[in-house]
Design a protein around this ligand. Structure first.
Ligand code: NAD
Length: 438
């Protein structure tokens, strides 16, 4: 099939690469000239495991192309996918749909022949109706259907999730459009549930899923707070809970709060939709408020560990919102760090992939190190804020030789507590009372 993807970011690019691998002709559009220029020159613009290799394969084969112009991509496409951002409105926090509306208006004149316009971006209930109206207004003769095709990929696992989706949800009020999308995803049909629902249900499924996962993270963090007071161990508690198949092990990792480009904005957008429809969504509202508070609490926790000494040197390991990505948007690490800078400005940071993105946000407020050991040189505390594999295998002997005080605060619970303590470090993590407090 001929596919046009509008928006070449964390969703659009892996999706384009994946669809090319499935044998489609894909052309990706982005309005940022530098992005398109880089992608046309063979320079991948974001980090995802395995992405560069597959992108180069299909760039070279000609199955994957990049352009700034809708007119190069939309005419003759069987499917046009909208994968532009839907960031939170700075004041109301509802999903800002300006990019969706602009893209719909820009693509409309170029529709030619029957086309399915599929919204991959996460959009509030009813957006499909509005996209349809915009396209019809700007091209009354166009033959098209607008469907909802929510994206469930996880950053850091984008390609894996593209090829092994848990489910594919198609929100379509048209049988003809449904047929086209079923054919597109036919390669997955024997291993993945393809769920066809009405467009508004599909739009709701995405928000309801993300809000549920955010609540699950909030819940385990609340249990972690409880364990710290009650003398229980959250790692053991989470394991015991997760063995119940009704609960499941996933999303029971205690930590510094959820972040990233999706959960914060999607929970806020869902809460806003609840208000709009006059439905009280208290669980979601509480989750949002408590998750925000948690970042501040974590910064205070770090400051207290160095006795609020503004001269103490703090090494921060991890800046991305989670391991496996270079994305710092709404990263808990970045938010904790920014709160921490109110107490202490002697901070050196390191992240395996997110340094460039972090530098844009943090500027010269912190020092940057090329590896975790340099970051920890002369430090009074090392604070782990992102669950990178690299940090799970830190050479503790080497770290010991570098640090001024042997103190590790592991806000992702990724280190082996016994091993770290055996090496003589003072160790603290989430949801376990430190020995000195008993
Ligand atoms: P992103 O910011 O990484 O990428 C969006 C891209 O769209 C940008 O490159 C931007 O320049 C481009 N763009 C905006 N308007 C355009 C236009 N009119 N024409 C051409 N290009 C345009 O965003 P993302 O993280 O890929 O997210 C996209 C959508 O997918 C959002 O709604 C998000 O909520 C949803 N989503 C994201 C993820 C994720 O893990 N990032 C997962 C599931 C769903």
């Amino acid at each position: 099939m001929k596919i046009a993807i509008i928006g070449t970011g964390y969703v659009g690019l892996p999706t384009g690469v994946g669809l090319a691998e499935l044998g489609n002709q894909v052309i990706c559009v982005d309005k940022i000239a530098a992005k398109i220029e880089a992608l046309n020159k063979g320079k991948v613009t974001l980090y995802e495991e395995g992405l560069e290799e597959l992108y180069l394969k299909h760039l070279n084969s000609g199955a994957l192309r990049f352009t700034q112009n809708m007119k190069d991509a939309v005419p003759g496409a069987d499917v046009v996918m909208l994968a532009v951002g839907t960031p939170p409105h700075p004041v109301t926090k509802e999903a800002d749909l300006q990019y969706i509306y602009a893209a719909a208006e820009e693509l409309a004149p170029f529709l030619d022949g029957y086309t399915v316009v599929a919204t991959k971006s996460t959009v509030p209930v009813g957006t499909g109706d509005e996209v349809e109206d915009i396209i019809r207004k700007h091209n009354p003769k166009a033959e098209f259907d607008v469907i909802s095709l929510p994206e469930f990929l996880r950053e850091g696992f984008a390609l894996h999730d593209f090829f092994h989706p848990d489910r594919i949800v198609i929100g379509s009020n048209s049988e003809k459009a449904l047929d086209v999308i079923r054919r597109l995803y036919q390669p997955f049909s024997d291993k993945t549930e393809i769920l066809a629902v009405n467009r508004r249900s599909s739009e709701t499924i995405k928000y309801a899923s993300n809000a549920f996962l955010a609540m699950k993270i909030h819940y385990i963090n609340e249990m972690a707070d409880f364990c710290e007071k009650a003398g229980a161990d959250i790692n053991e508690v989470a394991k015991g809970m997760g063995l119940d198949s009704r609960i499941g092990r996933k999303f029971l990792n205690p930590g510094p709060g959820y972040g990233g480009s999706c959960f914060p904005k999607d929970t806020n957008a869902m809460a806003q939709m609840g208000r709009k429809f006059g439905v009280s969504l208290n669980l979601i509202e509480t989750t949002i408020a408590k998750n925000d508070e948690r970042k501040l609490e974590m910064a205070k926790r770090v400051a207290a560990a160095v006795k609020h000494n503004p001269q103490a040197k703090i090494a921060v390991l991890g800046l991305a919102f989670k391991g496996g990505t270079d994305d710092c948007r709404e990263s808990p690490a970045m938010q904790i760090l920014q709160n921490l800078l109110h107490y202490n400005q002697n901070v050196t940071v390191y992240d395996p992939k997110a340094m460039d993105n972090a530098r844009v946000i943090l500027g010269d407020k912190v020092s940057y190190a090329q590896d975790p050991y340099t970051a920890c040189a002369g430090a009074d505390i090392a604070v782990i804020l992102t669950e990178w594999e690299e940090f799970k295998h830190l050479d503790l002997e080497k770290l010991k030789a570098k640090m001024r005080q042997m103190q590790i605060m592991d806000l992702r619970n990724i280190l082996n507590k016994e091993e770290v303590c055996r090496q003589g470090f003072e160790y603290s993590c989430i949801g376990i009372k430190s020995r000195s407090e008993f």
